[in-house]
Design a protein around this ligand. Sequence first.
Ligand SMILES: Nc1ncnc2c1ncn2[C@@H]1O[C@H](COP(=O)(O)OP(=O)(O)OP(=O)(O)O)[C@@H](O)[C@H]1O
Ligand SMILES: [Mg+2]
Length: 364
Amino acid sequence: MTFTKEEIKTRLEKYGTVYFPNDIIDKPEDLLGLDKNKEMLEDFFKALKNYKKYAKKLRELRMTPSISVLLYGPPGTGKTSLTRALAKKYKIPMCVVEADRLVSPLLGDTLKNMRNVVELSGEIAKENGLFLLFFDELDAIASERSSVNEVGEIKRGVISFLQILDRIDYEGIPLAIFGATNHQSQLDSAVWRRFTFHAYFGFPDFIIRKEILIKYLERLEQTQIEVDNTIYTQLEDELKLLKKEYQSIKKKSITSVNRFEFEDIFADKNKGKTIGILTSTRGYTGADLQRGMRVSLLKGIQKGLLKYEDLLDSLKFVGGTRIHVKQQQLLSGNEEHKEIYYSKSNNKNTQDINKSNKKKPLEI
Ligand SMILES: Nc1ncnc2c1ncn2[C@@H]1O[C@H](COP(=O)(O)OP(=O)(O)OP(=O)(O)O)[C@@H](O)[C@H]1O
Ligand SMILES: [Mg+2]
């Protein structure tokens, strides 16, 4: 017996959102700057598609692989979208399990929910072929940190979760398990290790941010809303300037500096003053840019034309995730894992550059 779409939806709707390949609109090529993750996940999905062919023999020989991936990084960096896009490309139905639907004040209920969702998905995978279960906010169910009197309970939750995953592998069920988290350091280390592949999703640098913005503007033009040409020219000018500065900073630096680190150094050097859209969106995620562009869309609709200032103001208005996460960490005094999110600008580098480059900060 195979499960129909309706049956799958009814079985799993209590725990999350089910996506069938034909209904997914995300495309891998729309997610920019994630080449390494795409490459790794493409390989994973290709193997997944072939898995069925070997599953029976592998099971008999007790050689079943562990088909699990952990995606981690700040919110809005494309973890869910890229998984959905690849699920569509490789025609694998999936369910995104939302932590708040799983976690209950009673640990017993949380465990039951966890077991249920994996068992129900496991049955679908066995009958229909492949299925992908995506645990969003995995840290909410597999966290290492908690108040002292909760430790025992949390440990039970974590152990139970690991046992459920092990059973899936042991039985050779073609169920791929994905976990996503914004708080990787809070994840129990046994859970972390349990995932075969790990993919970090970071903030896009200035070159990628420009590409994301251009893609959006091109789509906007298709709606017949005019895009003021100064947006393209100013973006291009700012990009050229940043590239030039990057080369110069790289030359003066004694250690290697990546584009992301360069942006911090450059901002320090200019005392945080921005030049235009690209420098104003330092620390923005793809989702932040999308939100800003949506705000600007209203102005574009209103005038039939999108102007540079409107786009800049809208982007500034929504703000970036990086500063938000930083503030939260400062407020909570929980700074110890912040550097996983941000590649630190090397102090030595900064000092060297400041010393050797006595030029005035850039004219804005
Ligand atoms: N690198 C990128 N290029 C283009 N668009 C992006 C990029 N990263 C994110 N986005 C856009 O931002 C939106 C949110 O992304 P998504 O929901 O996949 O983030 P996430 O990492 O799963 O966030 P969370 O951790 O909050 O669940 C999507 O609509 C996506 O198109
Ligand atoms: Mg997500």
